[in-house]
Design a protein around this ligand. Structure first.
Ligand code: GLY
Length: 353
């Protein structure tokens, strides 16, 4: 088993990773959770695949287990489903010493995490991510939220889990498109932080080869995120680098009503635009765009998505990361090294055409 320690003062936790580790969830959690009840929140896709194994492992370790299921899909990440989960947690008898366990992808992790952060003013929370995107990104770092009509993730909190348990075997059941969705975030880490990792991904080049080296790929991504979050938990500086490709990616997601493109697909095309913008600003070497595009294509990700000037304008003026009329654009000084650049919205909109 491989372990990474996230060192946040008073909120330290381990990320543990091993094939088959779902069956050890109970014995891993028994020493760190104080309470008797473990309330698993999962979704209708994941429940038939993994819930019984996790529940059994928790039972064997002496926990009383409750299983809460939400419908699969982004539309569940909303205040209405959050209210239902709060009520169900009360119905199963959750007390302040008990724990909420998120078993699933990013939607389950974000929603269950926000429920854990707020129910009874906060109970212990554990992440068991089952998608690539959740394993390399959303389960680590403590961002939990639900979507509002006004936009994604607008009601949320920073609430760190007590442990993140990741089983790479869970990725075997993902459809190719969902695997590629996560690969966009994996490639992002190479772009912003680690040229050698970027080259390693290009050398692997396929889902099959990635899965043969999956533990080290997951751990490299989580270790980069760990370093970023330890230095900037609250997303006021360094953590913004994790948004490489996301500013323009959000435009694409929203322009197509979150239906046509996955988050990773939108971010993939957004990273290509961010590389072009960086080059136009004299910061990013011109060849970066082609190198990033080639790697994205290896994993079936789009390198271009069309949007209108109005799509760009309407989303970018509401960007959560903007300060006044300035947007913090993440650009690459080279592949493996990123920085944020405050840019006037009007200038960015002109550049995007
Ligand atoms: N997913 C970006 C972050 O955790 O900051």
């Amino acid at each position: 088993m491989s372990t990474l320690r996230v060192n946040l003062p008073g909120r330290e936790y381990d990320i543990v990773c091993q094939k088959g580790i779902l069956d050890k969830a109970g014995s891993l959690l028994r020493p760190i959770l104080k309470g008797k009840l473990a309330a698993i929140v999962t979704d209708s896709n994941v429940e038939p695949l993994y819930a019984a194994r996790v529940a059994r492992s928790l039972h064997l370790a002496g926990f009383q287990v409750a299983l809460l299921e939400i419908p699969a899909g982004e539309t569940s990440k909303c205040p209405e489903v959050l209210c239902q989960v709060w009520e169900q947690l009360m119905d199963v008898g959750l007390t302040r010493t008990d724990a909420v366990i998120a078993l699933g992808g990013g939607v389950v992790g974000d929603l269950a995490g926000f429920a854990a952060a707020t129910i009874l003013r906060g109970v212990d929370f554990v992440q068991i991510p089952t998608t690539l995107l959740a394993q390399v990104d959303s389960s680590v770092g403590g961002k939990v939220a639900v979507d509002l009509e006004a936009g994604k993730n607008l009601a949320g909190a920073f609430y760190q889990p007590k442990m993140v348990i990741m089983d790479p075997d869970c990725l075997n059941t993902l459809p190719n498109r969902v695997f590629s969705d996560g690969m966009a975030e994996v490639i992002k880490y190479g772009c912003i932080w680690d040229r050698a990792f970027f080259d390693h991904l290009a050398a692997l080049g396929s889902r099959k080869a990635i899965m043969e080296d999956i533990e080290s790929v997951l751990l490299r991504c989580c270790d980069i995120k760990r370093q970023v979050v330890e230095q900037d938990e609250r997303d006021t500086g360094l953590r913004m680098l994790l948004n490489f490709g996301h500013t323009v990616g959000h435009v694409y997601e929203k322009a197509y009503h979150y239906e046509t493109y996955t988050h990773g697909e939108a971010v993939a095309a957004g990273m290509v635009v961010a590389a072009s913008l960086g080059t136009a600003l004299g910061i990013t070497p011109p060849e970066a765009k082609d190198e990033i595009s080639a790697l994205l294509r290896q994993f079936g990700l789009p390198t271009e998505i069309s949007a209108t000037p109005e799509d760009y304008r309407s989303t970018l003026v509401k960007d959560k990361k903007s300060q006044g009329s300035r947007i913090h654009l993440v650009v690459l000084e080279e592949i493996g090294k990123a920085k944020t650049l405050p840019l006037e919205q009007s200038r960015l909109l002109n550049m995007l055409g």
